[in-house]
Design a protein around this ligand. Structure first.
Ligand SMILES: [Zn+2]
Length: 379
């Protein structure tokens, strides 16, 4: 058994703490101890049942933040796992196995080791390095990054660049970085009709018949063309319910749940207005209940994206591809501070799955990439 690298040692330590959302199980304590020893000022921020912390090292000048989460999603049935999810074993193929190996305790370990080395090599670095860590990214996420960002905003904290450790890579570490995310806008549509007997339709109003052509038009609508960074905005109905269960009753109501994943070419108000226009055109008696879960954000090529791309190139020889695909992440909250945000982490092929795993050597490569990015921005 050869000795593990410092990154893998720490990654295993973190994985062995079963921190299923929103429980932290001492992961943050461990990270904070390491950061304190590296000269960071620590600020634990427990908000309701969620542990978060903010850490800062440095003075005036540009601020680079490392952001991430210590919580993991539930394991699912333990008997389905090849190696127990919190054992953190490296298998014969060199894969580090365990819940959180890819999402995202591996990245957290790489960040800590990269920063420890960087401050040892450059004790008088430019600007400041910060950490924004939460234990509720996978859960409701009300008291996690979003709440910490509100506190930082209130006190006017400067935050120029942020690297979120989400697993952004597709097949090789660093092949893809996320430089933005689409927005997500959900809605429950209620269409009112009038209940009645199917044999007496003239005495009723069938909400299914009334809503069907309107839903067809919404589904066929072309919302925008997207742009260089975003695919076109998509509209999907996820739930459709009506009917009393009886075969001889025209129902009184129909409910449809739909979701927009939208690009920076569309706005919330614009989408809402166009939905209403289509429903009005069909003469429906309706109600809309909107839920905005995230605005789109985009980091254009600039200091951060350049520094990250150059560092991936110098460490791996690869040209990285910026992408805005995938679900939302905490990056959307941080971007509201005017911060350039990039997500860079290991391969995401097994995240949230049984037998989550990541190539162990990729985490050492990730440490090098983070280290080189620190050099490019703050040395
Ligand atoms: Zn994650």
């Amino acid at each position: 058994m050869t000795a593990l690298s410092p990154t893998l040692e720490l990654a295993c330590d973190l994985i062995r703490r079963p921190s299923v959302t929103p429980v932290d199980e001492g992961c943050q304590e461990l990270m904070m101890r390491r950061l304190a020893a590296a000269g960071f000022a620590l600020e634990p921020m427990r908000i309701e049942e969620v542990d978060n912390f903010w850490a800062r090292r440095g003075g005036d000048g540009p601020v680079l933040c490392f952001a991430g989460h210590t919580d993991v999603v539930p394991t699912g049935p333990l008997q389905s796992w090849q190696h127990q999810p919190f054992d953190a074993l490296i298998d014969a193929q060199g894969m580090l196995c365990g819940r959180g190996a890819a999402d995202m305790k591996g990245s957290l370990a790489s960040m800590i080791i990269a920063v420890e080395r960087f401050v040892a090599d450059h004790p008088k670095h430019k600007g400041a390095i910060t950490f924004l860590i939460t234990s509720d990214e996978e859960g409701p996420a009300h008291h996690g990054t979003k709440a910490v960002v509100e506190r930082l905003r209130e006190r006017g904290e400067r935050l120029d660049w942020c690297i979120v450790g989400e697993p952004s890579s597709t097949t090789l570490v660093g092949d893809v970085v996320k430089n933005g995310r689409r927005g997500s806008l959900g809605c429950t549509l209620t269409v009112r009709g009038k209940q009645g007997h199917v044999a007496y339709p003239h005495l009723a109003r069938n909400p299914i018949h009334l809503a069907a052509p309107a839903l067809a038009e919404l589904a066929a609508e072309h919302w925008d063309n997207g742009n260089a960074y975003f695919p076109p905005t998509s509209f999907q109905v996820s739930n459709l319910n009506s009917g009393t269960g009886a075969t001889n009753v025209i129902p009184g109501e129909l409910k449809a749940v739909f979701n927009f994943r939208f690009s920076t070419e569309s706005t919330v108000e614009g989408l809402q207005q166009r939905v209403r226009a289509i429903l009005d055109k069909h003469g429906l008696d309706y109600e809309l209940d909107w839920a905005l879960s995230g605005l789109p954000f985009l980091t254009q090529p600039g200091d951060l994206l350049d520094a990250v791309a150059a560092s991936i190139k110098s460490v791996t020889g690869r040209e990285t591809t910026p992408s805005t695909s995938g679900g939302t992440s905490d990056g959307r909250f941080i971007a509201t501070l005017g911060t350039q945000v990039v997500e860079l982490g290991p391969v995401n092929a097994t995240i949230h799955q049984i037998d989550e795993r990541v190539l162990a050597s990729d985490l050492d490569v990730l440490t090098e990439i983070y280290y080189q990015t620190l050099v490019n921005l703050l040395a």
